[in-house]
Design a binder for this molecule. Structure first.
Ligand code: COA
Length: 392
């Protein structure tokens, strides 16, 4: 097997109109629009509309979309009850994954396989995922579940439901930018999981809950939790270089650094780095300084020892932003999911309804079998009573 293709690297599996990434030049484009323009001029709601429908909305379309999102924010009472019955130690991503699957129970038209029904499901999921994340955090910390805001942006509402008090306009703006930046990223592991599940004609809830599971791993969305753990362990800017060298020379990874596609700085990391710097300055904390030194020390070590640098990805600077905002560390990945749902749902709809060719009826990659081989007739089956214990 060609080593470069292991893990589907460089393999084209489908066409998409949703997102393109220029990994050499650090460009990220949603539906033809540069992520920098979206951060500077758009909102998460407008970006979600763009991802879902393929066009920027008119003022009326955006107002209607915002209204539909706000109206769908509430979560079913039995779901809250079920959450209250869970052990408080349950991981937020596990709770989210099962709640997303549970939402199928409340879909009164679950047998409607039309594009309209899937768009409605996408709006439901975009609206309810932040409410689920906030509700679980309050339940596990012994606080009452906060009802959603009737008005207020998606970002402001999430912070309100999480804390029970309205955020400042500045905080809501930072959250909104983080949501825009995490909303979509082509065929990453969780999106591919969602598309693969969709290709079996499973429901959108099944596809999205699978995507939440894929996102939770530390080589993907879970990296932003590991980054914060790393920053806390380093503890002081003066410790960075020694810590990084120790980690890398023992074969460990630096979370938040490196990417399967980018060969330069992830454009999202550039924006998040500026936000992290501003928020650390405002809060007078050390997290930006430590993070920036981790970036520099990792690049230097990799260049010196492996001949090529690795660059920060989306998770490196987001961790300190959320921490500085007082958000519990293990909500970093659920926040990623709150945002990525827009991309996932757009991909599920594209997978199910796009006419673009080529697109597989069902994903089915090929593996190279390297296991036991006893000839074309197979191995001789020895009855259990005659088998001797094998020495491993
Ligand atoms: N720390 C240490 N070494 C790393 C690294 C990291 N964060 N990222 C990549 N490398 C190493 C690889 O092991 C590889 O070394 P090798 O040539 O000796 O095998 C080399 O750098 C080039 O790796 P590359 O091919 O560019 O990346 P990849 O496809 O192997 O890995 C990731 C991509 C994302 C899995 C990897 O960068 C990683 O584990 N990063 C940390 C987790 C993380 O932040 N994930 C979120 C991604 S958005």
């Amino acid at each position: 097997m060609d080593a470069r293709n292991i893990g589907l690297r460089n393999i084209e599996v489908a066409d998409t109109k949703i997102c393109s990434i220029d990994g050499e030049n650090g460009k990220l484009i949603y539906r033809g629009f540069d992520i920098l323009d979206l951060v500077n001029h758009s909102t998460f709601e407008e970006t979600s509309y763009l991802l879902l429908f393929g066009e920027l909305p008119s003022p009326e379309q955006l107002a209607d979309f915002g209204r539909r999102l706000r109206e769908a924010r509430g979560i079913p009472e039995p779901m809250i009850k079920n959450m209250k019955n869970r052990p408080k130690r349950a991981q937020p991503m596990d709770v989210l994954q099962s709640c997303v699957a549970e939402l199928a129970d409340y879909d009164l038209n679950i047998d409607d396989f039309s594009k309209e029904a899937h768009t409605r499901r996408a709006i439901t999921l975009i609206a309810k995922i932040p409410s689920i994340v906030a509700a679980w955090n309050r339940i596990r910390t012994g606080q009452h579940v906060v009802d959603p805001m009737e008005e207020g942006s998606h970002a402001a509402n999430f912070l309100y439901m999480l804390r029970g008090v309205e955020p400042s306009a500045e905080e809501a703006k930072v959250m909104d930018i983080c949501f825009i930046l995490h909303a979509e990223h082509s065929f990453n592991a969780s999106t591919f999981a969602a598309r693969e599940i969709s290709s079996t004609r499973a429901s959108m809830y099944a596809a999205i809950s699978g995507a939440v599971g894929a996102l939770s791993g530390e080589l993907h969305g879970g990296a932003n939790v590991q980054v914060m753990k790393m920053l806390l362990e380093i503890g002081d800017p003066a410790n960075v270089e020694k810590w990084v060298a120790g980690r890398l020379s023992s074969g460990g990874r630096i979370m938040g650094m490196g990417h399967a596609v980018y060969r330069t700085t992830d454009p999202r990391a550039d924006i998040l780095s500026r936000l992290s710097k501003a928020i650390s300055k405002e809060k007078n904390n050390k997290w930006f300084e430590i993070t920036e030194r981790v970036e520099k020390a990792t690049k230097k070590w990799m260049l010196e020892h492996k001949g090529q640098a690795i660059y920060p990805n989306v998770d490196l600077y987001s961790a300190s932003i959320y921490y500085s905002m007082g958000i519990p560390m293990d909500l970093n990945t659920p926040i990623f999911a709150i945002s990525r749902i827009s991309g996932w749902a757009s991909h599920v709809i594209e997978e199910k309804f796009a006419e673009a060719a080529p697109k597989p009826a069902l994903y089915r990659p090929k593996a190279v079998y390297i296991g036991r081989y006893c000839g074309p007739m197979g191995c001789e089956y020895v009855p259990l009573s005659e088998r001797k214990q094998q020495v491993a």
